[in-house]
Design a protein around this ligand. Structure first.
Ligand code: C2O
Ligand code: CU
Length: 524
């Protein structure tokens, strides 16, 4: 069968160092028959049905080979795109990286995307953070089979912000989100709007996009995902941690800058690693935006925490610097529950990773190379057009207990992923405002993500996040919130416009793939 052939030709990832065995993707490991799968028909467009789209593009998910480290290129799976219709700057390819093209959309545009699966297994494409109809959300229930095309259409309803797209495949044998995203299936999606454009924030060369991911490479630059044995058990429990950090799909680099303000937009596209963003000279981190766009006003923090799938928008003014000065964006040291604690040390199971969670390392280096007269101050008021969701004593609170399941990962209210099955307490009503309360009774942090909407963080209590506490940015709009060990976090959301099935899950991809994910239903 041609499918098997293409599998054996491509050896994508290698087993963990030590075993030295090439891990071929045998058909037994492949994803077939996603739960509740519905066959996608090429001729129809899911979601929005319109005669005229403002933007139309082809998006290919395909194997490729790209240089990441010096020496041999690495085998990856990645996205490529072709713009068929729309403004020229809609698609910016990242040819020298495994990252998908950066897709730039404007609020109000209608968009049609033909997704071609050229991989040897099922996949889906999820538009992380976007408010789109259930059928175009890239959920596991609508897999795209190898060789097939799915066409999705939607209107861009979200306010300006940094979003992203990535694989969301999950079949009968478990999730493939961790594997496929790790292999390279992820890219940035930027939404622009009038409100943000009116603020004239640094743009063009003065806007730096930064995708943070960690990877492990074997001797010939093969990407290594989870291996066998004990290491892999730990990977499944903690989530996969690579032994080096990549920025935009390459080792961190030095960027020449001028004496002016910069906007730095950061995505944590890692499977499981949490970053503690800080400046090497100790200056505060000025946060201007989060997952769902600009905050109402800038916030200075000693450091800022970025959990998997989260985005932060940072402003930094270099107008007082001199040519020759350098400044590093780093991830600073921290402790996060058991993962940074002594408990595992006692069992002799820590220390296998060269870059444990909470270590300190550089992310990007800015080198001032030019002196310019351009210092537009940061506006005191930023995104003020979308008002926070009002909640009061009568707002319904829905509680979710995050708990460990012996040897099998984590559960939410005692449940794990069960295809499209939705329990009674996972049904909400269209038009309602609710508070969801995540109570973490595990010793690990969990970045909780809800599909199809942006929420506000109402508050947190308990927990033990001393070394991260001051960097948790809770104002503004979010689609992913970090819930620290023993902590309870409340988020407020409104179910608007679209009914149907959506997903909530932990965005530690190994937790998610092991079943820390459930469907919920918005009933019209
Ligand atoms: Cu970014 Cu359900 O995922
Ligand atoms: Cu988790």
């Amino acid at each position: 069968m041609s499918r098997e052939k293409s599998v054996h030709r491509r050896t994508v990832l290698r087993a963990a160092a030590g075993t030295g065995v090439l891990l071929t993707l045998s058909p037994g490991l492949l994803l077939t028959g996603c739960d509740g799968g519905v066959k996608a028909v090429e001729s129809e467009t899911l979601g929005l049905d319109s005669d005229e789209y403002d933007v139309e593009l082809n998006l290919h998910a395909m194997p490729d080979s790209v240089p990441i480290l010096p020496g041999a290129p690495s085998e990856v799976w990645r996205y490529r795109a072709e713009l068929l219709k729309g403004p020229e700057n809609t698609v910016t390819e990242n040819p020298d990286s495994y990252l998908g093209p950066t897709i730039r959309l404007r609020r109000g545009q209608t968009v049609k995307i033909h997704i071609h699966n050229k991989l040897p297994e099922d996949t889906t494409v999820h538009w992380h953070g976007l408010h789109v109809p259930s059928d175009v959300d890239g959920q596991p229930r609508l897999p795209i089979r190898p060789g097939e095309t799915m066409t999705v259409g939607f209107e861009v309803l979200d306010r300006a912000g940094l979003f992203w797209y990535h694989s969301h495949a999950h079949g009968k044998q478990g999730g493939r989100v961790g594997f496929q995203s790790y292999a390279g299936l992820a890219g940035l999606l930027i939404v622009e709007d009038e409100e943000e454009a009116g603020l004239k924030l640094p743009s063009g060369d003065n806007e730096l996009l930064l995708v943070l991911q960690d990877r492990t490479f074997a001797g010939n630059n093969e990407l290594v995902y989870m291996g066998g044995g004990r290491g892999s058990m730990m990977d499944r429990m903690h989530g996969f941690l690579g032994d080096r950090v990549l920025a935009n799909g390459a080792p961190p680099t030095t960027r020449k800058v001028a004496t002016r303000p910069y906007r730095i937009r950061v995505l944590n596209g890692s499977n499981a690693r949490i970053y503690k963003l800080a400046w090497s000279d100790g200056r505060p981190v000025t946060v201007i935006g989060a997952d769902g766009g600009l905050l109402q006003e800038p916030e200075d923090r000693p450091y800022a925490v970025l959990a998997p799938a989260q985005r932060l928008d940072i402003w930094v003014d270099l107008s007082k610097s001199q040519p020759g000065d350098t400044l590093e964006l780093i991830s600073d040291r921290f402790r996060a529950g058991m993962m940074g604690g002594g408990m595992m040390d006692g069992m002799g199971m820590m220390g296998s990773n060269a870059l444990p969670l909470g270590s300190r390392f550089p992310l990007a280096r800015l080198e001032v190379a030019e002196s310019v007269e351009a210092s537009k101050p940061l506006p005191a008021q930023l995104g003020v057009q979308r008002q926070t969701i009002p909640v009061n004593r009568n707002t319904r609170i829905r509680s979710f207990e995050l708990s460990p399941v012996m040897m099998r990962g984590f559960a939410m209210n005692g449940r794990r992923f069960d295809g499209t099955n939705v329990a009674d307490d996972e049904k909400v009503r269209l038009g309602d405002t609710e508070i969801w309360e995540f109570h973490n009774s595990t010793p690990m942090p969990h970045p909780m993500h809800i599909h199809g909407l942006q929420f506000n963080v109402v508050g947190r209590r308990g927990g033990n996040s001393d070394s991260l506490q001051q960097g948790l940015v809770d104002s503004g709009w979010h689609d992913t919130v970090l819930v620290m060990p023993r902590e309870t976090v409340q988020v407020a959301m409104k179910f608007e416009r679209f009914d149907g099935l959506y997903i909530y899950h932990c965005h530690n991809m190994e937790h998610e793939d092991a079943g820390m994910m459930r469907y919920f239903q918005v009933q019209g």
